[in-house]
Write a protein that binds this ligand. Structure first.
Ligand SMILES: [Zn+2]
Length: 185
């Protein structure tokens, strides 16, 4: 016997009206028989997997319109709640992603540094030299420009990009006047 749409709606209404009772009954039944139910369900599921999946898909197709309508209505009614939950999810995901990335970086610090340096080397002597000098050579505090001996030194000047660790501490205008060094490529 096929269930008609009318009957289905009646069942749905009945369930909606007695939701709490159903829930409580299920909860009690679940609490007392947890393990047996789990085992039974699992065995039943494994035995009838194919048929069950087919049935559930068929049920989905039959109720597709109702489900999508219901979902839409639910979203409209609970928009704020859903957005808040999605936002929480989003924050959790970001946090996890950052944590994973941080862990990865911590674990692979050396490899990452070597790889980055290698990439820089391949890219350009000039950028590589600046990158290395920036990481390894700190401009001393209160350092005065080594060219004009006047202004505070805020930059490192390379005369030869093939020697990344050989730098002069210079002010911006002197650095500009000096221009590029040797072996830029
Ligand atoms: Zn200067």
């Amino acid at each position: 016997m096929k269930t008609t749409e009318q009957q289905k709606q009646k069942m749905r209404r009945y369930y909606q009206n007695n939701k709490e009772k159903f829930k409580e009954y299920d909860k009690k039944r679940w609490e007392t028989n947890k393990d047996i139910i789990k085992e039974k369900n699992n065995a039943y599921y494994l035995k009838n997997k194919l048929e069950l999946l087919q049935k559930s898909h068929k049920r989905y197709l039959e109720n597709k319109e109702y489900i999508s309508k219901h979902n839409k209505e639910y979203r409209i009614k609970n928009g704020d709640k859903i957005r808040e939950l999605e936002h929480q999810d989003y924050l959790r995901n970001i946090k996890n992603k950052l944590k994973t990335a941080r862990n990865y970086r911590e674990k692979n610090k050396e490899i990452i540094t070597i790889k980055r340096d290698e990439n820089m080397k391949i890219m350009h002597n000039k950028f590589y030299a600046r990158h290395i000098a920036g990481r390894k050579i700190k401009i001393p505090e209160n350092q005065i420009c080594m060219i004009c001996n006047e202004k505070p030194a805020i930059q490192r000047d390379h005369r030869d990009y093939a020697k990344p660790l050989e730098v002069s501490f210079v002010c911006a205008s002197c650095n500009k006047r000096l221009g590029g060094g040797l072996n830029a490529n």
